[in-house]
Design a protein around this ligand. Structure first.
Ligand code: NAD
Length: 338
């Protein structure tokens, strides 16, 4: 049984902890937090073992009536692997702590790529993280693009990818984010930083990206054009993508016209928090014209990196035979692709 510590128990950390909890080969060693907010009470309700990440120890939790099991140092020492899910840029400041205890660590996409030995996506480059000391699970957008490009690259070769990312303004709990009534080129510089991030996973991929921000908290939407090295039919591409457990081709018959209905669908299905772990590709949008492929996909920013974190834990710990085995195990335990 792998003991997994989670440092940072917010949007991503709480989902990773719940995902660890249902894996047959992992258990939650504990979660570390700074503030005694509502998420801290959830950690206690779930019996995760709450550790204080603040510099002044357990004080903020004690005054809020929450018992702690120790400090973040105790958690790192007790863990086989740590998942750092602190806000972007904070993970980097924790790297020395993990190194002090020789505890393999996973960082998130808000960190710069040089925080870790490898930038990780299970479908694209699982093997590069096997036995590494550290890995960075790439951002929600880069995860969504990597899952799509890996099978296209394997089957047809990619000459060049061009993507416009229409990004949600903030997560539902991020009350201070926006815009609330505008459509922003964001970043206004072209190409955006997303392409170089994808190249941390696919170093040789030619890709240009443009970003926008819009007033929704639901999901990101990608408008994708890939020039392939061969000329498959749209039907062949649909078959290829449908065979991937983390790609969901939305059938026309479901009547799902956007992220709102996608989230409603997963809530109706009883998914925890209405999470959509898979890329959601509109099947009718998959269009092939000569070597150019076009499609739209929606990415649930709070959820798609969660299965990838679980696979990264297995890769660092070297306890699983292959990417396929880890992906299958993660998906079966969580319910991905069902
Ligand atoms: P969040 O703000 O929701 O959660 C961060 C948590 O870390 C909070 O509970 C906060 O109290 C805690 N924290 C703050 N400083 C800490 C410290 N020094 N030690 C321990 N805990 C501390 O952030 P998030 O959205 O979960 O993002 C975490 C990481 O995941 C970032 O790198 C982000 O870029 C990345 N990410 C976020 C999303 C998303 O859409 N939310 C998607 C993919 C990747």
């Amino acid at each position: 049984m792998l003991h997994v510590g989670i440092n940072g128990f917010g949007t991503i950390g709480k989902r990773v902890a719940d995902a660890v909890r249902v894996q047959p080969d992992m258990t939650v060693a504990g979660v570390a937090k700074r503030s005694p907010n509502f998420e801290a009470t959830i950690a206690v309700d779930r019996d995760y073992g709450l550790y204080a990440a603040g510099e002044d120890g357990a004080d903020p939790f004690a005054s809020a009536g929450l018992d702690t099991a120790g400090t973040v140092r105790d958690l790192v020492e007790a863990s086989d692997v740590v998942v750092d899910a602190t806000p972007g840029g904070v993970g980097e400041t924790n790297a020395a702590l993990y190194a002090d205890y020789d505890t393999p660590a996973i960082f998130q996409g808000g960190e710069s790529a040089d925080v870790a030995d490898v930038s990780f996506n299970a479908r694209a480059n699982y093997d590069t993280a096997v036995g590494a000391d550290t890995a960075r699970v790439v951002s929600c957008n880069t995860t969504g693009l990597s899952r799509l490009f890996a099978p296209l690259q394997d089957a047809y070769g990619i000459e060049k990818a061009r993507v416009t990312l229409v990004r949600r303004g903030g997560d539902p709990g991020q009350t201070g984010r926006g815009p609330i009534n505008d459509t922003l080129p964001d970043p206004v510089e072209i190409p955006s930083h997303h392409g170089p991030d994808v190249q941390t996973v696919f170093p040789d991929l030619a890709i240009d990206t443009m970003g926008m921000k819009v007033p929704t908290t639901q999901m990101h939407t990608h408008s994708v054009n890939v020039t392939l090295e061969s000329e498959p039919t749209a039907a062949a591409v649909r078959d290829l993508l449908s065979a991937e457990s983390r790609l969901f081709l939305i059938p026309e018959t479901l009547g799902i016209d956007g992220a709102g209905k996608l989230k409603e669908y997963t809530r109706d299905a009883g998914r925890p928090r209405g999470d959509v772990w898979e890329n959601c590709i509109w099947a009718e949008s998959v269009t092939a014209e000569d070597r150019d492929l076009y499609l739209f996909q929606a990415i649930h920013q709070e959820a798609d990196v969660v299965p990838e974190n679980i696979d990264a834990v297995r890769a660092l710990s070297e306890r699983t035979a292959s990417a396929e085995q880890s992906i299958r195990r993660t998906d079966a335990a969580l319910g991905v692709g069902r």
